[in-house]
Design a protein around this ligand. Structure first.
Ligand code: AHR
Length: 310
């Protein structure tokens, strides 16, 4: 074989590889929480394992940044677009653009309010159920009068709306439990601490029975605020949350928090499975793929922390 033929063959191989390569654009919410960071890492690592090129946009909790990123992905003609939406509304125009360009869109985690035909599937947990499980723990563990303060997630996000709905649907049937303060802390640790400090100033701290935080990150900030006020988080004020990040397991193991409802951050594999199936011509893809999570308490926290922090 002469040099010219060899060069021709390598070029052919190279172009075949280039054709086979899948490029995915991912408009992520941001990096507001440990859970989100674990989820982003999982998306990156799983893409790498499968030889998929991932174009990653950290949208810093701003929907406008996400829409800009999606517009760029459309212009780049990526093979698929993944959106983990900050909020539920305002998605229809950009999804229409993606559809006109024949680019499938996969929604991860939080929900959107748009016509189902505009996206291929959504892979997510049941956020209402998470709120229900969190409240059930409180109902089972608090028979006396219990005044609860609530740290809500980002306003307009499914994680805040549905977790609130689920929690309230349970406590509304129990007269001894009442939410006395409720405010958003945008899913971040710093805001969690600040808002908890304001709750502790506004209420008699000794009258607060439990903190219900829509994620572990805000709960960890609030735990700090409770400690600084001289009270014992996990004892004087019970701490209830969602996510199951290692730092929170450590807090539970140390008796500073009581319970968390796990949210699975491993969304990479199911996402790329769907994309690869669809690009091979499989259109039999369900509109909703559910992930699940268990409830964890102090009983197994030390052991879970060991497993999750390796
Ligand atoms: O949408 C899921 C929520 O977003 C997680 O519970 C929280 O940690 C994140 O910011």
């Amino acid at each position: 074989m002469n040099i010219k033929t060899l060069a021709m063959m390598s070029l052919l191989l190279l172009s075949q590889n280039a054709m086979a390569e899948i490029v995915v654009g991912f408009a992520q919410v941001g990096s507001e929480s440990g859970w989100r960071t674990n989820f982003s890492n999982d998306m990156r690592e799983e893409a790498k394992r499968r030889g998929i090129t991932l174009k990653f946009a950290d949208s810093q909790q701003q929907q406008a940044n996400q829409i800009r990123a999606v517009r760029t992905f459309i212009a780049m003609r990526v093979d698929a677009i993944v959106i983990a939406p900050v909020v539920e509304t305002g998605w229809t125009p950009i999804l229409r653009q993606a559809q006109r360009s024949d680019i499938p869109v996969i929604i991860l985690d939080r929900n959107i309010r748009a016509d189902e035909d505009l996206y291929l599937t959504r892979i997510a947990s049941d956020f209402v159920e998470e709120g229900v499980k969190a409240a059930q723990w409180l109902v089972e563990n608090e028979q006396d009068e219990c005044r609860v303060v609530e740290l809500q997630g980002t306003v307009g996000s499914t994680a805040a709306i549905d977790r609130g709905t689920g929690f309230n649907s349970v406590i509304n049937k129990h007269d001894n439990i009442t939410i006395v303060r409720s405010q958003t802390a945008e899913f971040t640790r710093n805001r969690g601490k600040e808002v908890m400090e304001s709750f502790l100033r506004a209420e008699d701290p000794n009258s607060i029975c439990a903190l219900w935080a829509h994620n572990d990150e805000m709960a960890l900030g609030a735990i700090q605020a409770i400690k600084e006020s001289g009270l014992a988080p996990g004892e004087d004020i019970k701490v209830i949350s969602v996510d199951g990040i290692p730092d929170y397991f450590l807090a539970m193991a140390n008796g500073l928090a009581n319970v968390t409802v796990e949210l699975d951050p491993h969304l990479g594999a199911p996402t790329y499975d769907v994309i690869q199936r669809y690009l091979k011509g499989d259109t039999d893809i369900p509109k909703l793929i559910r992930t699940t999570g268990d409830v964890y308490t102090q009983a197994t926290a030390a052991e879970e922390y060991q497993k999750r922090s390796q």
